[in-house]
Design a protein around this ligand. Sequence first.
Ligand code: NAD
Length: 336
Amino acid sequence: MTLNIGVIGTGAIGREHIRRCSQVLQNARVVALNDINRANCEQILTDLALKAEIYDNAHDLINAPDVQAVLVTSWGPTHEEFVLAAIKAGKAVFCEKPLAVTAQGCMNIVEAEIASGKKRVQVGFMRPYDSGYRALKSVIDSGDIGEPLMLHCAHRNPEVGDAYTTDMAITDTLIHELDVLRWLLKDDYVSAQVIYPRKTRKASSHLKDPQIVLLETAKGVRIDVEIFVNCAYGYDIQCEVVGETGIASLPEPMSVQTRSAAKLSTGILTDWKKRFIDAYDVELQDFINNVLSDNMTGPSAWDGYAAAVAADACVAAQNNGEIVPITMPPRPAFYQ
Ligand code: NAD
């Protein structure tokens, strides 16, 4: 069986996902493309030697009879409209993060999906598909380090452009930790606080960098996440779990160790795209398999909503300097 996919938004990640679905993954083919910039679609057809129909209207693509599933990889503010349209059309939809730019927008999707009576949405949170995070979760779940008590995490980028603003440290950067740490701990957040250490001279005048986000979970686990997006030295993701009887750390990406010029060294990645490249393959293959077997198990619309609620609280905490409560309604039985 082959899943026919239509892609809305053929920019950076859209293009990568189209390449994956056409050249790397199994049981999928891209049959339809849409972008407000039609030239992007035409370029992809040429570059990837792909045969797919270009639609000038995203809703026509969603409703096309040969499109069985939709990939939404356009800009964040457009996601809610396209995901809701896919649900209405009865089609499975993989939506890149964010599911919607507001928690209310995510809730609109949750409600529409529940009303449709069937799970159709997967959110593009790829870290739960990363082999390192999966290995870390296995150790936690095995009980080998006892119950987790504290997490020390870091999300560091070598640099960001001038367009990167202080709130993007939450909505673009921390959002991945907000998703994966919930999944890792099987827990929900109850409060957030943001503190600002001394600012690096490498950040734009308008950007507060670094930042430390302090989260508390319902089980009482305390999490600190350092976000440092002009750290200069590399793209570095850290996660250390301190349990009752031991400590487990996220494995470092594989890197050859060298002894040279009186130094022992291993490389550190600098490009974020390479850090989770395998995880993107696994998450999309999972989406394809799940749609074909009619059993959606990936990050759900509820997970997209939970991340959005936590992100809103973190942005409020950035602005008021206080400990901001994170309040989630009970998880609907539909998402148990
Ligand atoms: P991009 O700007 O490179 O591409 C977005 C594309 O969407 C552009 O080609 C644009 O013309 C198109 N577009 C915008 N509005 C549209 C509309 N109404 N209809 C059709 N097409 C439209 O951006 P990107 O870096 O590819 O990011 C796209 C989304 O993917 C964002 O939400 C981003 O947060 C997410 N993303 C996720 C990850 C991840 O790690 N999971 C990584 C990168 C990007």
